[in-house]
Write a protein that binds this ligand. Structure first.
Ligand code: PGA
Length: 248
């Protein structure tokens, strides 16, 4: 892909078997794709792809110790994963992740050398008040999620990606309006620059992205890629998406 747009495949809690995961990984093995499988499949997926990068969907902030069920940044890094999603709205909702926890996770992952895909986005109750209200909400999240990270901004420059995912657009078949996403993306980039001195940050869009609408978002230079959920576990649909993005 000439333009280096990034497509993150967030498989969430799918598929059920390793066999299916390997088939899906092979079908999604394209340049500029970051496959984020569930933890039990990360290593196998890594062994089966040559062009795609592999990431995890979450990480814990401590390096080692008595934290039952958790996975550290060092484990992921040493396994060979390069990316990690942090702060997905589904984890904020179902696991009660707070901005403070997300901040600790982002810090630990960046320190360990992973590239962090930080998810932010407003609920419908906020968006009802307009785009300005959504911007204020997202700015509040960024401030807390990236708290005290500006001192290592040279690291952030290359290894922080923000995924703007309005919650009401996730898994609903009702994506954001591309022109609104462009405005939000410009806002996020300006905010990161002025508050954390982060230059050239990448902002992805996520929320009901599919092969029919991906171009309407990604042809804008302000939108650096997409975070794809549902459509990423459908091999045919995901292939279509990567094919379209390759022509942009
Ligand atoms: P979706 O999910 O593409 O199914 O809307 C996106 C996400 O949650 O990352």
């Amino acid at each position: 892909m000439k333009n280096h747009k990034i497509i993150v495949a967030n498989w969430k809690m799918n598929p059920e078997t390793l066999r299916e995961a390997v088939v899906l990984a092979r079908a999604s093995d394209k340049k500029s794709v970051v496959i984020c499988p569930p933890f039990p499949f990360v290593e196998s997926v890594m062994r089966h792809v040559r062009r795609a990068e592999v990431g995890a969907q979450d990480v814990f902030w401590e390096e080692r110790g008595a934290y039952t069920g958790e996975v550290s940044s060092a484990m992921l890094k040493k396994l060979g994963a390069r990316f990690v999603i942090v702060g997905h709205s589904e984890r904020r909702r179902w696991l009660g992740e707070t901005d403070e926890m997300i901040n600790k996770k982002a810090k630990a992952a960046l320190k360990a050398g992973l590239t962090v895909i930080l998810c932010v986005g407003e609920p419908l109750s906020v968006r009802r008040h307009g785009l300005a209200a959504a911007k204020r909400f997202v700015a509040g999240q960024l401030k807390k999620d990236l708290n005290s990270l500006n001192s290592i901004s040279y690291i952030l420059n290359s290894r922080l990606i923000v995924a703007y995912e309005p919650i009401w657009a996730i898994g609903t078949g009702r994506p954001d309006k591309p022109s609104d996403t462009v405005e939000m993306s410009r806002f996020i980039k300006k905010f990161l620059h002025s508050k954390s001195y982060i230059l050239n940050s990448k902002v992805l869009y996520g929320g009901s992205v599919n092969s029919k609408n991906v171009k309407s978002f990604l042809h804008y230079k302000e939108i650096d890629g997409a975070l794809v959920g549902g459509a990423s576990v459908n091999a045919r649909e995901f292939k279509k998406i990567t094919r379209i993005v390759a022509t942009l």
